[in-house]
Design a protein around this ligand. Structure first.
Ligand code: ZN
Length: 279
């Protein structure tokens, strides 16, 4: 079964864990490591002949057009991760619309093609900003991959469906493609990637993906970030829990991803929901 692999393309200092510690006004002065870490990702994907969806920050697309073109010319799908990593539920509907328009046009200018997919910063979709799906559909997006059906202090709609489905709202339709969870004792355990991928043993992750594929007959949706393959990144002083979430197990992420790529089939999100010719 074809699973979806996604990469949230942001640099190590863009993350929500650094919000308040590396203000946006300092971003332009930070040493960028994204080019090098993305090259590592592209090499890994080409080694296992995997095509993936890259959710790219507009801020990066404006500064590094050739990097985004290189990803696209390697056959990967380009989609939006918003403009400058603001949490969706901290924006008003008008601010959200302006943010996705800005990111979409930065990406479309970089690659000269339309884009169709979106993933919110840190999965920042909760019950009270549910209007965001309608705005995405109005702005021409065909799918979203932001609703995490889990309990978490910053995000999640725990009762949301665990697998891709079409959402119809006010005459608009959009595919929602949630990151993967594993059902255990009636609880949705997040296993999709990022901090979870770094926390759990890879054999456990492989077990969960095979159960999702074989027992539930559904694709898994997995994600990671280029900075998770960059264990030499500068260390930024942040509180303990945030520090653990960002730096835990950076040294073996690449090996874990390689193990999954070797043992399962992966493609783009557009492919698993059959948006033909758009991946
Ligand atoms: Zn992100």
């Amino acid at each position: 079964m074809l699973n979806a692999l996604s990469i949230d393309l942001e640099d190590y200092f863009h993350v929500s864990n650094f919000e308040g510690y590396v203000p946006r006004s300092r971003w332009s002065f930070m040493p960028l490591r994204i080019e090098e870490s993305t090259m590592k990702v592209l090499k890994l994907l080409s080694l296992y002949r995997v095509k993936a969806t890259f959710f790219v920050l507009g801020w990066i697309a404006e500064r590094m057009k050739s990097l985004i073109r290189e990803i696209r010319s390697a056959g990967h799908e380009i989609a939006s991760h918003g403009y400058d990593h603001r949490l969706a539920y901290e924006m008003s509907p008008e601010e959200f619309r302006a943010d996705i328009r800005r990111s979409k046009s930065a990406l479309e200018n970089a690659i000269g093609e339309r884009i169709y997919g979106y993933r919110a910063t840190s999965y920042s979709v909760v019950r009270h900003n549910f209007w965001y799906l309608q705005i995405l559909a109005e702005e021409g997006f065909l799918y979203d991959s932001s609703i995490f059906p889990v309990y978490h202090d910053r995000y999640g709609i725990p009762e949301w469906d665990r697998f891709p489905k079409i959402v119809e709202d006010n005459g608009h339709t959009i595919y929602e493609v949630p990151p993967s969870t594993f059902k255990i004792l009636g609880y949705n355990l997040p296993i999709a990637g990022g901090g979870y991928l770094r926390l759990f043993p890879v054999k456990f992750l492989a077990y969960c993906i095979s159960k999702i594929n074989m027992n539930e007959r559904k694709p898994a949706v997995i994600y990671f970030h280029p900075w998770e393959l960059d264990s030499d990144q500068p260390r930024i002083k942040i509180p303990l829990l945030k520090s653990f979430r960002h730096y835990n197990n950076l040294h073996n992420t690449e090996k874990k991803i390689a193990h999954l790529l070797k043992n399962f089939s992966f493609g783009t999100i557009s492919e698993i929901i059959s948006l033909k010719g758009r991946s």
